[in-house]
Design a binder for this molecule. Structure first.
Ligand SMILES: NC(=O)C1=CN([C@@H]2O[C@H](COP(=O)(O)OP(=O)(O)OC[C@H]3O[C@@H](n4cnc5c(N)ncnc54)[C@H](O)[C@@H]3O)[C@@H](O)[C@H]2O)C=CC1
Ligand SMILES: O=C([O-])CC(=O)C(=O)O
Length: 317
C-alpha cells in the first residue's frame, strides 16, 4: 500500500475517533450498555431500532425477530453512531440476542385492526410474550424488561408469572410501557392550553386500555384554566388515542411511529437510571401498592436497579 494511502486512512480513523470523543461517546464516560429489541422487524420495531441506534448510551444493539432482522440490522448498522448492531432471526438465535442485555424492549406481537379491543390480542400475544420471557429468564435474568406488546394490562402480569416460575422475578425490573399515553396527553393538552408542548408535563396513571388510562390534567404543567368540558374531552381523546390511530390506518395496524418515539424515550430513561443519573422519573405500569391493584401505572423513579421508587398519585395543583 502506498504511504499516502496509508496516511489518508490513518487520518480518517483519527478524525473519526476524535469525533466520537467530541460527542461524548468516549467509553470512559459512558458505560457499555446492550439493548435488545424483540420484534425488531415490525411496525414499531424498525423505527425503534433506528431511534435506539441514535442513542449514545447504547453500545450494543441486538435486533431480534422471527423474520426480516438481517435486513433491518444491515440498514440501521450503517448509521455512524456509537452502537454495534447485530440482527438475530429465529428462535435458535434468541439466546445470543439476549445474552448480556441490560434492557430488553418487547414490541413483538400482533396489532389491532378496526373494531378490535386490545383484549382481542390476548390469546396470540400472551403466547409470544410467554416464550420471549422464558428466554429472558434464561439468558439475561437481570435485564430491565420494557413491555410494549398488548394488552399491556395483561402481558405485564403474564411476564411476572413467567419470571416467578423461573425464579428470576424482580419487580423492580419489569415495566409496562405507557409512555405513549403521556406523549399523547402532552400533545393534546399543549394544543388546547396554547402552551409550548416541550414544556408540558402530564402524569398518566392506571393502565393502558380505554378507561384505565387516566391522564391527570389537574396536575398538568404549565398550569392553565381549561374548562371541565375541555378536560373531559382531552381525557377521552387520550383514552381513545390508540383507537384514533387504528381507525385512521384503516386495517394497516396501530400506532407505530409515535410508539417507537415513546418506547425510545422510556428506554433512554431506563438507561439513564442504570447509569446513575439522578431524578429520572417516568410513568410506567409496574408492580405497585399505590392502589389495591397488583399492577398500576404511576410515576416511577428509575435508578441503578430499575424501579427505585413507585411514586404515588400526587395532588392536584
Ligand atoms: N404499549 C403501547 O402503548 C403500544 C403497544 N402496541 C403493541 O405493540 C405490538 C406490536 O405492534 P406493531 O409493531 O405495530 O406490530 P407488527 O405486526 O408490525 O410487528 C410485530 C413484530 O413482532 C414479530 N413477532 C411475532 N412473533 C414474534 C416472536 N415470537 N418473537 C419475536 N418477534 C415476533 C413479527 O414478526 C413482527 O415483525 C402490538 O401488540 C401492539 O398492540 C402498539 C402501540 C402502542
Ligand atoms: O391502540 C392500540 O391497539 C395500540 C396502542 O396500545 C396504542 O396506540 O396506545
Amino acid at each position: 500500500m502506498k504511504a499516502s494511502a496509508l496516511r489518508s486512512i490513518k487520518s480518517t480513523l483519527t478524525s473519526g475517533s476524535c469525533h466520537l470523543l467530541r460527542r461524548g461517546y468516549a467509553t470512559e464516560s459512558v458505560p457499555d450498555r446492550k439493548v435488545a429489541v424483540l420484534g425488531a422487524a415490525g411496525g414499531i420495531g424498525q423505527p425503534l431500532a433506528l431511534l435506539m441506534k441514535l442513542n449514545p448510551l447504547v453500545s450494543k444493539l441486538a435486533l431480534y425477530d422471527i423474520a426480516g432482522t438481517p435486513g433491518v440490522a444491515a440498514d440501521v448498522g450503517h448509521i455512524n453512531t456509537r452502537s454495534e448492531v447485530a440482527g438475530y432471526m429465529g428462535e435458535e438465535q434468541l439466546g445470543q440476542a439476549l445474552e448480556g442485555s441490560d434492557v430488553v424492549i418487547i414490541p413483538a406481537g400482533v396489532p389491532r385492526k378496526p373494531g378490535m379491543t386490545r383484549d382481542d390480542l390476548f390469546n396470540i400475544n400472551a403466547g409470544i410474550v410467554k416464550s420471549l420471557c422464558t428466554a429472558i429468564a434464561k439468558y439475561c435474568p437481570n435485564a430491565l424488561v420494557n413491555m410494549i406488546s398488548n394488552p399491556v394490562n395483561s402481558t405485564v402480569p403474564i411476564a411476572a408469572e413467567i419470571f416467578k416460575k423461573a425464579g428470576t422475578y424482580d419487580e423492580k425490573k419489569l415495566f409496562g410501557v405507557t409512555t405513549l399515553d403521556v406523549v399523547r396527553a402532552k400533545t393534546f393538552y399543549a394544543g388546547k392550553a396554547k402552551v409550548p408542548v416541550a414544556e408540558v408535563n402530564v402524569p398518566v396513571v392506571g393502565g393502558h386500555a380505554g378507561i384505565t388510562i387516566l391522564p391527570l390534567f389537574s396536575q398538568a404543567t404549565p398550569k392553565s384554566n381549561l374548562s371541565d368540558e375541555v378536560i373531559t374531552a382531552l381525557t377521552k381523546r387520550t383514552q381513545d388515542g390508540g383507537t384514533e390511530v387504528v381507525e385512521a390506518k384503516a386495517g394497516k395496524g396501530s400506532a407505530t411511529l409515535s410508539m417507537a418515539y415513546a418506547g425510545a424515550i422510556f428506554a433512554d430513561a431506563c438507561l439513564k437510571g442504570l447509569n446513575g443519573v439522578p431524578d429520572v422519573v417516568e410513568c410506567s405500569f409496574v408492580q405497585s401498592t399505590v392502589t389495591e391493584l397488583p399492577f398500576f401505572a404511576s410515576k416511577v423513579r428509575l435508578g441503578k436497579n430499575g424501579v427505585e421508587e413507585v411514586l404515588g398519585l400526587g395532588t392536584s395543583l
